[in-house]
Design a binder for this molecule. Structure first.
Ligand SMILES: [Zn+2]
Length: 154
């Protein structure tokens, strides 16, 4: 049975996400970008709502867990390595005020570092990607969040 997890801001412990279930990382090419779809068709998010995955899988080892302790390590790609989930499952974060982080063609490309901040304390916690050439996803920064185990679904 999969573990159910809520991700919180490591700085202030506000909830950032819905209750989520870990699933295997989807194949890189399984997530369409809007440009690849017929005109007018809505692009599905890379992750199904209610699920998350570690991308790369080692990112899971970097997440701080209050009950275990943990070390924050460096990231390979600023903002794009971490915990991937559907944008609709992130309710505790808002768009950054840093203009340089909000680049993109017709959405956010997420290439300049985290663009979502914690609603409670404004810490940088995640990167949203919503551009025409990117998958639709939110990537939580492992070092900025903590995974709180909320038990097992019955
Ligand atoms: Zn916070």
């Amino acid at each position: 049975m999969a573990r159910m997890v809520v991700f919180r801001c490591r700085n202030c412990h506000c909830d950032l996400t819905e209750l989520l279930r870990e699933v295997p990382l989807p194949q890189e090419d399984s997530a369409p970008a809007p440009y690849a779809l017929p005109k007018g068709e809505e692009c599905p998010p890379r992750m199904r709502p209610g699920t998350f995955a570690y991308d790369p899988p080692e990112a899971g080892e970097r997440v701080f867990r209050p009950q275990l302790g943990g070390a924050a390590l460096g990231l390979r790609r600023a903002g794009l390595d971490g915990i991937v989930l559907a944008p609709t499952d992130v309710h505790g974060a808002q768009l950054t005020s840093l203009r340089g982080r909000k680049n993109g063609c017709c959405g956010l490309d997420g290439c300049d570092g985290p663009n979502l901040v914690c609603r409670c304390c404004m810490a940088e916690v995640a990167t949203e990607r919503s551009d025409c050439w990117t998958p639709r996803e939110v990537v939580l920064v492992p070092a900025a969040v903590e995974a709180v185990n909320v038990g097992y679904p019955s």
